[in-house]
Design a protein around this ligand. Structure first.
Ligand code: FES
Ligand SMILES: [Fe+2]
Length: 449
């Protein structure tokens, strides 16, 4: 029989045995949040759109007061409403018998039965509250009343001096695995043959001494590199194996892309592509645990990277058990109109969408397609951000499915913060099983197999 872990024991790594802590993170996502659904300009005038997220099909059409999202299942005989048409402004009609729904989900007419059909006005489908931000339709997927979007979405989405360029892609994996693909040192290895890394190798990073903090709805590390590995030579000797990388030919042309005029091609921004202590300026200054919306994973499924002049958010939207829609937001503040034009016309299609999301990002997507999420794991200290994310997600799950329902004392204890001078808080955040509290990799067994 499956046993629920005690509220005070927080295991985030599956080491075998009955209870796999990952199963506490809902496989189809956290419901009580806003999710990006579709660009508003993709909603046609006469045809509804079908978008699946969190295992639910939504029928999206132009309502009277803006984009409408209703359940896609016709309450008459179960036909897909998004296969229908929008004959009348603000409505959608089912393709089977013409039941016609308004933005409140109410049947306002039955086109096959005549204007006097008694069923009109009597049936209703579920509606999902929507809002449009940055040209994207967001839907509230929870059962209760929606939160204020400004409380739940990254603040730069509401900053009028910024522009957000978006993209969407699909990975055949569960959203949890898609999200857990984040800031670790896989980049140097996995992406070694991606165009961007071929043009300019990324530094090797390690996280020694880094502490994860819960900051509002997210996790951030005290630092994203200890700067010890990024000074290592490009090739290193692995005992019993030989040199890795095996060849140096990739370095032949990298000088060309180090500085202007071509340095913009391998880099998403003027900051470095991969996070390092000097790129992550966002993480310096005030106490880490007081800052919200930092770099790092965020509820309900965002991965954020701060590159100084560019904020990158990859939102892993659950579609089905093994299908995730990655919704990308690149938010930046152009210095002038010409630079905005350059970003929109050149950087967005070529660097963000093609080189980063498709060429480099799909390498992760392909790897995760056949990855297991139900076997015991052996983590190392390099997995620190993933483990910290799980801690936040599991706690959110246990406290009603929202990060802001976790008691503050619990968060303070994890962050090693004492708000009461009388109380001495535990200065060391709880270490997940398999990771030493100080993050020292030498104390952690290397995973085998
Ligand atoms: S099934 Fe939709 S109108 Fe009949
Ligand atoms: Fe990656």
């Amino acid at each position: 029989m499956k046993t629920q872990a005690q509220p005070d024991s927080l295991r985030v790594v599956h080491t075998g045995g009955e209870h796999d802590p990952r199963t506490e993170i809902p496989a189809l996502g956290f419901k009580d949040y806003w999710y990006p659904v579709i660009p508003v300009n993709k909603i046609r005038k006469r045809k509804p759109a079908r978008v699946r997220l969190l295992g639910v099909d939504l029928c999206i059409f132009r309502g009277k007061s803006g984009p409408a999202a209703i359940s896609n299942v016709c309450p008459h005989r179960g036909v897909s409403l998004s296969d229908g048409d929008c004959h009348f402004a603000g409505t959608v009609s089912c393709p089977y018998h013409g039941w016609t729904f308004d933005e409140d989900g109410v049947v306002v007419g039955i086109l096959s039965e005549g204007p006097d059909s008694p069923a009109a006005g009597r049936a209703q489908v579920r509606t999902y509250p929507t809002t449009v931000i940055r040209g994207q339709v967001f839907a509230w997927m929870g059962d209760g009343p929606p939160t204020n979007p400004e409380d739940d979405l990254p603040p730069e989405f509401f900053d009028e001096s910024c522009i957000s360029l978006t993209n969407r892609r699909t990975w055949k994996t569960n959203w949890r695995q898609a999200l857990e693909n984040m800031n670790d040192n896989h980049v140097f290895y996995t992406h070694i043959n991606s165009v961007q890394v071929l043009l300019r190798p990324v530094p090797k990073i390690s996280f020694k001494g880094a502490k994860p903090y819960i900051t509002g709805s997210g996790i951030t590390l005290s630092h994203y590199s200890d700067d010890t590995l990024n000074t290592r030579p490009y090739q290193e000797e692995y005992p019993g194996l030989g040199l890795w990388p095996k060849h140096r030919y990739r370095l032949t042309w990298t000088w060309l892309f180090k500085h202007p005029p071509l340095s913009w091609i391998p880099n998403l921004s003027k900051g470095r592509y991969q996070t390092s202590s000097d790129a992550a300026k966002f993480n310096e200054g005030t106490d880490a645990f007081e800052r919200e919306w930092n770099q790092g994973p965020n509820m309900p499924g965002m991965m954020r990277i701060n590159m100084g002049d560019l904020l990158f958010t990859r939102w892993c939207v659950p579609v089905e058990d093994r299908l995730t829609r990655l919704y990308y937001f690149y938010t930046t503040r152009p210095r002038h109109k010409l630079s905005e034009l350059w970003i929109r016309a050149v950087k967005h299609p070529l660097i963000y969408k093609l080189l980063h999301d498709r060429n480099l990002g799909q390498q992760d997507g392909d790897i995760l397609e056949n990855a297991r999420y139900d076997m015991p794991e052996r983590m190392t200290a390099f997995d620190i951000e993933t483990l910290a994310w799980r801690r936040l997600a599991i706690l959110s799950s246990r406290y009603g499915g929202r990060h802001d329902l976790i008691p503050q004392e619990r968060i303070d204890r994890i962050n090693g913060v004492s708000r009461d001078p009388e109380t001495s808080a535990d200065p060391v955040p709880e270490a997940p099983a398999g990771v030493s509290p100080d993050g020292a990799s030498k104390e952690v067994p290397i995973p085998v197999g």
